[in-house]
Design a protein around this ligand. Structure first.
Ligand code: AMP
Ligand code: MN
Ligand code: MN
Ligand code: MN
Length: 294
């Protein structure tokens, strides 16, 4: 199932990487910058290894890879897959160093994306009931890729129309699980996502584990299931982790033998807490996931 990975001639080059950023978004999903702009910003910020990981979409990779090549910036293909796990918990799995031409991955991602339009219509209906009218049409004005309507696009519309001061408070009041505009949705299963990633020769990494509001027991169950399915890595450094969470997830990486990732999850200037490449270094005893890149 899992591709065997050995150190290629690139192994030595990967050992020299000092500013990897392996998680960010472009206008092909819910980021604010076009793929080429994301790459140029990463380069300007001193990133020396970049992965673009749009939600359920690989449509930005060609442009990003081309731009990175022009700049001499090392680039790997990635995607962030939406997964439904347990009792209506959405978990994100970042796929790194994938072959974006792999038919199983392409078909799988198309399947995950396909439910988004109907969900967006329903979100519009639910938001209308609480006095936010025309939210679906409004959200569509912020969408860069018609196949990828996300809660972020709704959030930007709701801020622009003055219902909230920023994107974060939109989620707190309307779009997070349990809030009036939240619509439950079935994404991929964990098994499907890992199957597509491994089929495409990639490495699977649990994104921002601090964001799922799971109890310790549930989190442990997720990590065990992920490892048993061949999952390899965990984001120890993430734009959404506090210092305490970094220590916590470093401990889990040691215990489970996971590779460690460094991931801003940058969406755009003004919207993200951490800019591209502006992360601390991983704890030295952990194995960085990029050491296993081809
Ligand atoms: P979706 O895939 O449509 O459910 O949208 C998920 C996206 O919403 C995430 O990738 C984030 O970009 C954004 N998001 C989720 N929760 C929050 C939050 N609390 N604050 C800001 N953005 C959020
Ligand atoms: Mn997002
Ligand atoms: Mn995510
Ligand atoms: Mn992300």
């Amino acid at each position: 199932m899992t591709t065997t990975r050995t150190w290629s001639e690139d192994g030595a080059a990967m050992a020299k990487v000092t500013n990897a950023d392996l998680h960010c978004h472009s206008t092909v999903s819910d980021g604010l910058l076009a793929p080429a702009e994301v790459v140029r910003r990463a380069y300007a910020n001193g990133v020396d290894l970049l992965a673009l990981t749009d939600h359920d979409e690989i449509g930005g990779l060609d442009e990003a890879r081309r731009t990175a090549a022009e700049l001499g910036l090392r680039f790997v293909d990635g995607v962030e897959i939406s997964v439904s796990w347990g009792d209506d918990t959405t978990v994100h799995i970042v796929a790194l160093d994938i072959d974006p031409r792999h038919p199983g991955l392409i078909a799988g991602l198309a399947q995950v994306r396909s439910g988004r339009d109907q969900r967006a219509v329903q979100m519009g209906v639910e938001l209308d009931k609480v006095g936010i009218h025309g939210a679906h049409q409004g959200a569509l004005r912020f969408v860069g890729n018609p196949a990828l309507v996300s809660r972020s696009h709704f959030a930007r519309h709701i801020v622009e129309t003055g219902h909230a001061k920023d994107v974060k408070s939109v989620f707190d009041h309307w779009l997070a699980k349990g809030k009036p505009g939240y619509v439950a949705h079935s994404w991929a299963t964990l098994g499907q996502a890992l199957g597509w990633i491994h089929g495409a020769g990639g490495l699977a990494v649990i994104a921002h584990p601090g964001r799922y509001r799971l109890s310790n027991k549930e989190l442990r169950r997720l990590l065990v299931e992920f490892r048993d399915l061949g999952g390899q890595g965990i984001e120890v450094l993430s734009g959404s982790h506090s210092d305490d969470e970094v220590s916590e997830f470093a401990r889990y990486a040691r215990e489970f033998g996971f590779l460690a990732s460094r991931a801003s999850d940058f969406h755009g200037p003004g919207e993200s807490r951490i800019d591209l490449g502006k992360l601390p270094q991983l704890p030295e005893d952990l194995t960085p996931v990029w050491q296993k890149f081809r």
